[in-house]
Design a protein around this ligand. Structure first.
Ligand SMILES: C[S@@+](CC[C@H](N)C(=O)[O-])C[C@H]1O[C@@H](n2cnc3c(N)ncnc32)[C@H](O)[C@@H]1O
Ligand code: SF4
Length: 421
């Protein structure tokens, strides 16, 4: 499951298949203030479409006019800035995709320079680029570093050649390990993604793979359960009975194993699918889940902008060419632009914040959404062991609560929105 709101899952928020699970380990980093401001840049092209993927990614065998795309991103940055009301300097820039490691370093540099000149960036601004192992080259990575990128997120997906093939990936295990070496030699902060609960996966197989992954020594790992997304070739195969994902009980055990092993290795979950050594959490992820504000640039990007009329949800045109045309015509690629009501903001804040092991601050919920969940409902959920009340007016989902997160959020929302009853 992906987050129903927020950007094209730049820092993908796929959750376990059978459980909206996660865990309630205390204490994610306090590196980002709640109203931090970030920029998401979506690069829509990939070398090949993976059969499980429903991200806004497109293959263009004839290539693309990269200069024209850079100009469109620059135009969108300038127009977006004109509409914003309040924001601090940019805490994080995230190049997500698609496959941003197909971008020329000069394009990445041009966008970073424009963001810096237009919005201003904080000291130590985190600048992340998603990379596919198949498109990693040392020279290009040095170019990204020179452009200002200081963190890389590699889509490793599996540490097994057979599994990579079955996932339709273009890279081998050797490519992935070589890419990790290049990434580590170039950047201080390197994360990688793995997909588990793959067809036929047992606990023993995942335990062995995760043991290897933890030995690879990254400070941040995104571990996603395979989600069968409608409209993908995997969904067709699944429907036809030709692709068997683990049964829900096995998927739940794989999830529990993931929590136990990462915790023991000093990399607890700070969000349902994201694990880090303390202090190495993705600041970008934290901006989303702490319900900060962000602008989304590029095809299909989503944003949550603070404008004079309130917090606005934006959605960009998904097609790369259509997005470019819209930017040329209007300055932005936005096709949906909706001022959120206080209640909608409260729902979003709950939904995002309860993904985090640090949970949410009820005082901030009241400030942003003008509401407070009914204390009797909080007590009932706490009594059921799915919610924990802690600290100075904070709540968080427990490990059990993350397995039924949507229902926990629904019960809390219902308590201040009688229309949902
Ligand atoms: C924007 S995507 C892809 C980044 C990059 N293009 C790649 O594929 O390596 C980010 C991550 O989402 C995860 N992901 C994508 N589709 C998924 C699915 N159907 N189920 C679980 N995880 C998925 C993968 O781990 C992937 O690395
Ligand atoms: S490379 Fe990444 S974004 Fe592109 S199709 Fe595959 S999973 Fe999706």
């Amino acid at each position: 499951m992906r987050s129903p709101i927020g950007p094209e899952p730049s820092s993908c928020s796929s959750t376990p298949v059978s459980a909206e699970a996660g865990r309630g380990a205390p204490g994610a980093a306090g590196v980002v203030a709640p109203e931090a401001f970030a920029v998401y840049v979506h690069w829509p092209f990939c070398a090949q479409k993976c059969p499980y993927c429903d991200f806004n990614s497109h293959v263009r065998h004839g290539g693309w006019d990269e200069r024209a795309y850079l100009d469109a991103y620059l135009a969108e940055i300038a127009s977006t800035a004109r509409g914003l009301a309040s924001r601090g300097p940019v805490e994080s820039i995230f190049f997500g995709g698609g496959t941003p490691s197909l971008m020329q370093p000069g394009t990445v540099a041009g966008i970073i320079e424009a963001v810096e000149a237009t919005f201003g960036v904080s000291d130590g601004c985190e600048i992340t680029l998603e990379a596919n192992p198949g498109s990693v080259e040392a020279g290009r990575f040095r170019g990204y570093l020179a452009a200002g990128v200081n963190r890389v997120s590699l889509g490793v997906q599996a540490l097994d050649d057979g599994a990579l093939k079955r996932l339709g990936r273009l890279h081998s295990l050797a490519d992935a390990l070589a890419a990790l070496d290049i990434a580590r030699a170039t950047f201080d902060r390197v994360s990688f993604d793995l997909i588990y609960a793959r067809p036929g996966m047992t606990e023993a197989v995942w335990e062995a793979e995760l043991t290897t992954a933890l030995r690879l020594g990254s400070d941040h790992l995104s571990l996603y359960q395979l989600t069968i997304e409608e409209g993908t070739p995997f969904a067709d195969l699944h429907r036809a009975g030709k692709l068997h994902v683990p049964e829900p009980e096995i998927a739940d055990r794989l999830y529990a194993l993931t929590q136990d092993m990462t915790e023991a290795a000093g990399m607890p979950a700070y969000e349902i699918s994201n694990h880090a050594r303390p202090g190495q959490e993705s600041r970008h992820n934290l901006v989303y889940w702490r319900y900060g504000s962000y602008v989304g640039l590029g095809p299909g990007a989503h944003g949550r902008e603070l404008r004079p009329d309130g917090r606005v949800a934006t959605v960009n045109e998904r097609g790369p060419e259509a997005w470019m045309q819209r930017v040329a015509a209007t300055g932005r690629g936005v096709i949906e632009d909706q001022v959120l009501t206080a209640e909608e903001q409260a729902d979003e804040l709950l939904l995002m914040g309860l993904r985090l092991s640090e949970g949410i601050d009820l005082v901030r919920l009241a400030r942003v959404g003008g509401v407070r969940p009914d204390q009797a409902v909080i007590d009932r959920l706490a009594g059921l062991g799915v919610l924990e009340v802690f600290g100075n007016d904070r709540i968080r989902a427990t490990r059990a609560g993350r397995f039924v997160l949507n229902e926990v959020v629904r019960q809390l929302s219902k308590s201040f929105r009688p229309d949902l009853a």
